[in-house]
Design a protein around this ligand. Sequence first.
Ligand code: RIB
Length: 327
Amino acid sequence: MNIRDIAAEAGVSAATASRALTGKGRVSAATVERVRSVADRLHFQPSEIARSLSSGRSHSVGLIVPDITNPFFPELMAGAESAAKALGQTILLAAAPGAVSAREDLRLLRSRGVDGFIVVGNPFASSAQLREAAGARPLVVVDRAESVTDISTVVSDHVEGATLAVRHLLALGHTRIAHISGPSELDVTALRVSGYEREMRAAGLRPVVVEGGFTADCGADAVCRLLDGPQPPTAVTTANDISAIGAMNAVFSRGGRVPEDLSVVGYDDIALAALVRPGLTTVAQEIGELGSRAVAELDRQMSGDLAVRTVPLRARLVERCTTRAPS
Ligand code: RIB
């Protein structure tokens, strides 16, 4: 059974039958319906390998993320996967915490013939090394892209996000606001620290930054260091929602309350932020958009438009129940 049998049964040419089944090209709705009903009745499944050989494309995209245990990245992937499916593409996911595994994943995905790559951050020392590891294939860097050059990127405005968090707490009357930062080696950490410090200084306040990280343990450890210090804060902005939840649990373990004893603002707005109790006030990134816009960027490059550009996404505050005026 092949496409020619389906075409003959449906009374159309093989090319028309192929277009009707792949959704590519102009075919009347009636013809599409007729061809698809014949294909269903004859249990015909087009061969992806044959399609790839004829089109020279695998219709798949490699997505490399640093950590699939952090809910942020599966939500980013969901956005990418939805956009890819609408284009008749599939996403091949790889988790690479560092340059060595990223180089290996890029090689492996190239051997699978992916049409292009979406990479969260640049795991290599330079953009040229990333470009070289990705071969001549279309490439987009998302999220952690401050130091990337000559490669299209899709990024959130991390300075804006950190600023929104501080302004929210200032508006509630807090003056002792500390920031629990992310991993110091990441550009997103530096951007958020700079947004926090700029806003605190603009309000005539002393910034207090402690390095935390993107895990619950990092958030718990950092908030305990702050609360055991000489001038405990009345509010904290955190590296991400997971570290904010860790910080909240540490406050609860010490017999404290959120927000009565400490206001907490997260970062990302992963689905969990609305489910924890109290609901986490946080800075929302357009997480799914990071993925879907990256797929659109790749598709643009695959269509021959190789102009390098940056797609900026906004941050916004989502107010829930972990912040209030200082008691
Ligand atoms: O939670 C994971 C963090 O790493 C997010 O804030 C995201 O920006 C990524 O860089």
